[in-house]
Design a protein around this ligand. Structure first.
Ligand code: ADP
Ligand code: MG
Length: 377
């Protein structure tokens, strides 16, 4: 059943429109987005699709084909942050729009998604961005894509209660087919970087370890606080203001956890810059070593990897991949593997068999085709 048909079965009339927003994988630049740094995500072909009609009575009715519990009905005037449940994501978007002074009258929403949830592929941002774009269009708000991404981030930070950066929402809102998005998280300036895998005989595999990350737990907030402490100790506004040339001197003024966190953020920010230079030069296969270096930094300095992610990277590289790294918040979730297309099946098989040998659940493996950002269908 299409999402529009599902909407009609549920609410008794055709929707005013249907919108889609994708999940994403980040090619490189991890834990840089709350340090005003650079990231390089791409949108996946997997999307969250929402059929939506406007209402004029201040009522929000929310339904997901992927969640139990039927229709959630809320009054816009009574929305309370941190109310819990999946509906907090779309309700949080409505709340954040109103907080920012935008008049919306209510809506009926039915959605369904092909983005795996809790896999580090940003099903949460897809859900927020599709809601924000639909409400923007239906109520003629005229917000830009970066403005919608900010609204979506505010919904997740303040309403759902997850202290995420801006990367996921910007990727879902602004990505273009065949490109990765070079995003400067300080001012949200961004550029589409050509990322043509097929033309160069390459594939970027996503390996979902099936280990559920829980960004809500303390580890993410602890890394974030540690990075802020590092910036304060170095007297900079954010770690993005420490360039690689000055890193050795900066590290001499730090110790312990803070030193490791700063070393990761500053070096990964630089890896984004070097990756983009290679992509602009048409040298896509040469980014492989940067991916693997980035993984080592996340594993050893930031310490946000886990045995399953490390096994993907080690096994893929040993089986002939060009490079690999965990992607997203870590502690589970997914890894990306850059590989020659003719070796992709062999690398995927090697990872599956290493997981079986280790007694881990079978991982999900699929190619990341750089796809379009949010749109009205
Ligand atoms: P990720 O963004 O990596 O997938 P998160 O924990 O940030 O993981 O977000 C996952 C949560 O988002 C789910 O637990 C659910 O509450 C909500 N969510 C995402 N997609 C859907 C959907 N299609 N239907 C209902 N809830 C969803
Ligand atoms: Mg998320």
């Amino acid at each position: 059943m299409s999402v529009a048909t599902g909407f009609e079965a549920l609410y008794g009339a055709a929707p005013d429109g249907v919108w889609a927003a994708p999940g994403r994988v980040n090619l490189i630049g991890e834990y840089t987005d709350f340090n005003d740094g650079f990231v390089l995500p791409l949108a996946l072909p997997h999307t969250t699709v929402a059929a939506v009609s406007r209402r004029a009575d201040g009522v929000l009715r929310l339904h997901s084909a992927d969640a139990d519990g039927g229709v959630v009905q809320l009054a816009l005037d009574a929305l309370e942050p941190l109310s819990g449940g999946w509906a907090a994501y779309p309700a949080g978007v409505a709340w954040a729009l109103r907080e920012a002074g935008h008049a919306i009258g209510g809506a009926d929403v039915h959605l369904a998604s092909t983005v795996p949830t809790g896999a580090g592929l940003s099903s949460s941002a897809a859900l927020e961005v599709v809601t924000a774009l639909a409400l923007n269009d239906l109520f003629g708000l005229g917000l830009t894509r970066p403005e919608l991404a900010r609204i979506a981030q505010r919904a997740e930070n303040a309403f759902v209660g997850v202290p995420c950066g801006i990367m996921d929402q910007m990727a879902s809102a602004c990505a273009q087919e065949g490109h990765a998005l070079h995003l400067d998280t300080r001012d949200l300036s961004h550029r589409q970087v050509p990322f043509q895998l097929a033309a160069e005989g390459l594939e970027l595999l996503v390996v979902d370890t099936r280990v559920k990350h829980a960004l809500g737990d303390g580890a993410y907030a602890e890394r974030r606080a540690g990075c802020e402490a590092g910036a304060r100790a170095l007297g900079v506004r954010a770690l993005r203001d420490v360039d690689l040339a000055h890193l050795p001197a900066a590290l001499g003024r730090l110790d312990g956890t803070t030193l490791r966190y700063v070393r990761h953020v500053v070096s990964d920010n630089d890896r984004v810059v070097r990756t983009i230079a290679l992509l602009d030069a048409g040298a896509t296969r040469e980014i492989g070593p940067l991916l693997t270096e980035g993984h080592a930094s996340l594993r050893d300095d930031l310490r946000v990897s886990c045995p399953e992610l490390d096994l993907v990277v080690e096994t893929a590289n040993a089986a002939g991949a060009l490079g690999a790294r965990m992607t997203g918040g870590g502690f589970g979730g997914s890894a990306v593997v850059l590989v020659d297309a003719d070796r992709a099946a062999g690398v995927a098989a090697a990872v599956r068999s290493a997981f079986a040998d280790a007694g881990y659940a079978e991982p999900g493996v699929f190619p990341a085709v750089p796809s379009a950002g949010a749109r009205r269908l």
